[in-house]
Design a protein around this ligand. Structure first.
Ligand code: 9YT
Length: 137
């Protein structure tokens, strides 16, 4: 059984500040679950270009409001608490948080992040496979 508390992750190397967002990584590749789980704050008024070419991500909003726009077709979906979006086609997108209040998201990644990743200039996370994770596959 793995038990993690947000306040134990905050301020450690499992808290990653990407500028427009800060990601508190609760479950990581080394936990051997096959996915990672993050509690992520998207800072109010920000717009982030994201393209997870190496990962599938599901994102469940639990606080705040914003929108997601898929770049291939220009479609825009509003996001509020209780909205989930899943990037099942590695969808390149813009993620925008409304002004005034941060968004808070629960994010699940497959394959799992190792804990060190931040977006590169194309909005991509590199694929890092840890030994424990590779042997489980
Ligand atoms: C929703 C989203 O993709 N935000 C960027 C950060 C990422 N989810 C993470 O590393 O937690």
């Amino acid at each position: 059984m793995i038990i993690k508390k947000l306040n134990e992750v905050s301020g450690t190397d499992q808290e990653v500040d990407g500028g427009n967002w800060v990601s508190r990584r609760l479950v990581l590749a080394r936990d051997g679950m096959g996915y990672s789980v993050h509690d992520t704050i998207i800072r109010a008024g920000t717009e982030t270009h994201i393209h997870y070419q190496n990962h599938l991500e599901a994102v469940y909003c639990i606080e705040g409001q914003g929108e997601v726009e898929t770049i291939a077709d220009g479609k825009v979906w509003p996001i509020e608490a209780g909205t989930l979006y899943a990037l099942d086609e590695h969808d390149e997108h813009w993620l925008r948080a409304n002004k005034g209040v941060d968004m808070r998201m629960v994010c699940v990644f497959n394959p799992p992040l190792t804990g060190r990743e931040v977006h590169d200039e194309s909005g991509v996370y590199p694929l890092i496979v840890e030994e424990e994770d590779a042997s489980a596959a």
